[in-house]
Design a protein around this ligand. Sequence first.
Ligand code: NAD
Length: 289
Amino acid sequence: MKIAFIGLGNMGGGMAANLVKAGHEVRAFDLAEPALAAARENGCETFGTAKEAVAGVEAAVSMLPNGAIVKAVYENDVFGHAPEGAALLDCSTIDVATARELSEEAGAQGYVMADAPVSGGIAAANAGTLTFMVGGSDEAFSRAEPILAAMGKAVIHAGDSGAGEAAKLCNNLILAATMIATCEGFALAEKLGLDPQVFYDISSKATGQSWSMTSYCPVPGVGPQSPSDNDYQGGFATALMLKDLKLAMEAAETSGAPTPLGRHAKELYEAFAAENGGLDFSAIIKTLR
Ligand code: NAD
């Protein structure tokens, strides 16, 4: 298929490369020249604007920082420029309301749109093992599934438009809370004289186990390779985790859901992001040691 890819950053770069590997013709656009250069090396054709990238495509995928950018890109450069009938798949993490609004606008203009945020991080984006949670009609899901399957290990239909984003925000609320709890556990274990590796060996096989511990351990040199081993560079930026927590707290407020741990996690990440927004979110262990 001829597929446009907009937003070739930490996540989008690897995702676009996996579409190429699956045999698709990928027309890529990003505002940053280094991202375009990397995409060319990975076999994408690159363009100077999003409007040019979506010309003549059967589908467009976006992986952008936030809802305001996603809305601007779709309204200014995709709607009316991609051919009618194209499948539009936004994989960014954004608010539920914007996802629903864009899907309605897309439908009115003859497109099929799905929100399809991801879980898994940069390693999974590069390896093609992301989990996609998809919000949209049955038709949108059936158009999205084969494209997303080339970039992930699981593609799950969460429900109607916006349901993918809802699942993503709830998932990341759990992730933030378990990461902070994991960091607290390791920091306390250290203060009590436990070797971090020994504590890992025990807790990873006990009830303290979580993805934050066994796939993304916040302590360097412990567990599989993770951003902590790279001085917390790369990975999932604290600023992006804070964005997701803010979206989750807005959703909690509008739906009347009590989320005391989520609120406290947001406060802790807000304080940490003031000076460390670019570090991976597991670096919050620095404030607890
Ligand atoms: P990133 O900042 O590395 O990449 C975003 C890219 O979008 C950049 O290359 C930037 O130049 C480009 N961009 C910004 N505005 C643009 C525009 N108007 N037109 C074209 N390109 C534009 O961010 P990322 O880590 O790749 O995250 C992207 C999305 O994925 C976010 O919504 C994030 O919340 C979500 N996400 C990230 C991770 C992770 O581990 N990094 C995991 C799951 C979900």
